[in-house]
Design a protein around this ligand. Sequence first.
Ligand SMILES: [Zn+2]
Length: 46
Amino acid sequence: MSNHNVDSGERSDESTTDVQATFSCDKCEQKFNSRQELKEHTDTSH
Ligand SMILES: [Zn+2]
């Protein structure tokens, strides 16, 4: 029997399918593409 070399480099599954980071307001259901927009929203709307 021959031992196949063990895969030592265990990488975590990085699901980088989309660069769509959606920031959702926790006070209402609005969503924003950036934290800046969300901050401005919470500052002005809440
Ligand atoms: Zn909101």
